[in-house]
Design a protein around this ligand. Structure first.
Ligand SMILES: O=C(O)[C@H](O)[C@@H](O)[C@H](O)[C@H](O)CO
Ligand SMILES: [Mg+2]
Length: 402
């Protein structure tokens, strides 16, 4: 069996997506997602100039060998551009293998570990009251777990405030939008939000919160401690994880569960955090860390330390990633939760898929492969639009973590 062609498909049905389609001499093809939000075209070039020429003529069944070839063979290993490209190839190859076997992908991974995949949705509001209302809306839709992000009094345009209630798109302009951040206002406000949510909705719903790398370790410990009575499912990315040891300080001071990893690219980014049990959930997904092949290694390491998965699932990861992630989640023994930020109707139409939402859970389909395709005719209606992620500044103008 041979790879005959591989093509990169760029489209913008509401937001930009980069998709890889690998075709074979047996008529079977595979689809992978290579979207790197705000830096999309760098991955397009990496794939077109450096990866695709190496794929033509290769046996697509040799997934492991192709992974090693692309990872080790580049010499310049790791990083978001390379690993998004490797992820797309790997996802497409698993799609091909599962289609050849006539099986849904989760069967090839080892079969079903659960009947359905618990997901959390995104409730956002400009004020505390709006956010409480938005959480109520998700509960009415059947969600069991909800992430709450709110505007903060005195801060204009902080992270996570959606324009509508259902869709949040941070990459909103060709040049980065500048947002403002103030840690002390946030630290005073965040516990009030979660106290109000518990008061309104009781103990039952799982509540999550994304700190988006904004705090120092000490501030993160203060927040975790203040949120303990509100019993969060997790506090996400409380501080940047470049220095993995920073989490020791947070861990020693609070029992609020911690999730990190949406910007990790390999097992090395997560290794110390996992081995020292400094986090409870690892959020790395199929698209960011080398596809199914490498994510499986991260999940296996995590399982030794009772760390569970909580895959990133924002809308900048295309339905292709969501489909592959759901097969992974259906198999992985140490599953925790899956993020599910709904795609727009245009995006869903461009990427026909067989997964579905039911009462707070997602169910992957039974179609051979990962169950997601790309409609190449529709794609032509949505050309690429430059869009970058925002930056954050403190009130005095200092650049801060976004
Ligand atoms: O937890 C999340 O869902 C994330 O933090 C996203 O909203 C990211 O900001 C986005 O994926 C960047 O491209
Ligand atoms: Mg996040």
């Amino acid at each position: 069996m041979k790879i005959t062609t591989a093509r990169v498909i760029v489209c913008s049905p509401g937001r930009n997506f980069v998709t890889l389609k690998i075709e074979t001499d047996q008529g079977v093809y595979g689809i992978g997602d290579a979207t790197l939000n705000g830096r999309e075209l760098s991955v397009v070039t990496y794939l077109e100039e450096h990866v695709i020429p190496c794929l033509i003529g290769r046996d697509p069944q040799r997934i492991e060998d192709i992974w090693q070839f692309l990872y080790r063979g580049s010499y310049w290993r790791r990083g978001p551009v390379q690993m998004s490209a490797v992820s797309a190839v790997d996802t497409a190859l698993w799609d091909i293998k599962a289609k050849m076997a006539g099986m849904p992908l989760y069967q090839l991974l080892g079969g079903r570990s659960r009947e359905r995949v618990l997901v959390y949705g995104h409730a956002n509001g400009e004020t505390l009251e709006d956010t409480v209302e938005a959480v109520g809306h998700y509960i009415d839709m059947g969600y069991k777990a909800i992430r709450a992000q709110s505007g903060i009094p005195g801060i204009e345009k902080a992270y996570g405030i959606a324009r509508g209630t259902m869709h949040y798109e941070p990459a909103d302009a060709a040049l980065p939008t500048e947002t403002v951040w103030d840690t002390s206002k946030y630290l005073r406000f965040a516990p009030k939000l979660f106290e109000a949510l518990r008061k309104e909705f009781g103990d039952e719903p799982e509540l999550l919160h994304d700190v988006h790398h904004r705090l120092t370790p000490n501030e993160a410990a203060q927040l975790g401690k203040a949120l303990e009575p509100c019993r969060l499912f997790w506090m996400e990315d409380p501080t940047p994880a470049e220095n993995q040891q920073a989490f020791r300080l947070i861990r020693e001071r609070t029992t609020t569960p911690i999730a990190v990893g949406e910007i990790f690219h390999t097992i090395w980014d997560a290794k110390e955090l996992i081995e020292n049990q400094l986090v409870d959930y690892v959020r790395t997904t199929v698209l960011r860390a080398g596809g199914i092949t490498h994510l499986r290694r991260i999940a296996d390491l995590a399982s030794l330390y009772q760390v569970r998965t909580g895959s990133h699932g924002a809308t900048d990861l295309s339905p292709v990633t969501m489909g592959a992630a759901l097969h992974f989640d259906t198999w992985v023994p140490n599953f925790g939760i899956q993020e599910y930020m709904r795609h727009s109707d245009e995006t869903d139409a461009v990427f026909p898929h067989d997964y579905r939402f039911e009462k707070g859970f997602l169910l992957c389909g039974e179609t051979p492969g990962h169950g997601v395709d790309v409609d190449e005719k529709l794609v032509a209606q949505y050309p690429y639009k430059p869009a970058q992620l925002p930056v954050a500044r403190l009130e005095d103008g200092t650049i801060w973590n976004w």
